[in-house]
Design a protein around this ligand. Sequence first.
Ligand code: BTN
Length: 309
Amino acid sequence: MDAETFLLCLSEGLEPWEAVAARARLSVDRARLFARALGEAGYPVLLEESGVGLAPDSLAPQHVLPRLKGRFGRPYRYLGTVTSTQDVLRAWHEAPEGALVVAEHQTRGRGRLGRPWLSSPGNLCFSLLLRRPQPPLLPLRVGVALAQAAGFGLLKWPNDLLSPDGRKLGGILIECEGGRTFVGVGVNVVQAPLPTAAALKEFRAVNRVDLLVAFLALLEEWLAQPPSAVLQAWQKWDGTLGREVRVHTPTGVVEGVAEAISQEGALLVRTNAGRKSVRVGEVVLPPPPNVVEAQEGQGQAQGRGASEG
Ligand code: BTN
């Protein structure tokens, strides 16, 4: 047995050491060693004199796998501290479509456009592997699945999940290599790591397992839908269209009113110089009138006012 296998013997909340050790067919001393090793590796292990267990709302396989509804989420790799779940998934060469890497903590989480992604304990960070030709509108499909799974928030093009006051609740990073696509999702569930970010918990009770399993099932469904249905669903969660925007693109800043999303997923902006189509970029929305723009965190992926293209 190793520490990761011992993790599978833990339940949520404290249980007496003797009971857990017996289930794992270990001595209590050895069980203590494994529990300590798991804590050091970043897993949310409760370790008391009276007993051992997992912190509530655990993403351990024994709590997630029985609840998966489709094919996504298997095989499931649950980790404590990693650099980035994207890196772990990328290095997992033999992983099949649907493989999932979930981590409690990232030391070098990445956001879109080269920005960092900060995450606090209790938030959700995972990467899903697709091994299929990229369907059209993939970023929008993932955004719709995330908004629907959260059941809350607004989408900022292409797929940032924002609170009604414009703070960032979640983000999506899609990276490709060869025939593999790594769909990375970060959601601020319990803690906003920056003043410009928000946590879902501020608005509603959230359970990470519910959110994760709902997202995986919904994404599987949205990948099978025609582009017209995706665009229609995206507009249901839309927080971008009809608003004044400033879009930082690789070739410069585009300013105007966000008018529509094209069939290819580009943002169409009406500017003084006519309509421009933006395929890649970071949209900056004006803050709602009663929100004071926080200066801290500019340039972080969670920041409302992130400014690099
Ligand atoms: C963004 O909004 O810029 C995208 C943020 C994506 C963050 C997630 S967290 C899980 C996965 N691993 C990473 O390093 N990034 C993505």
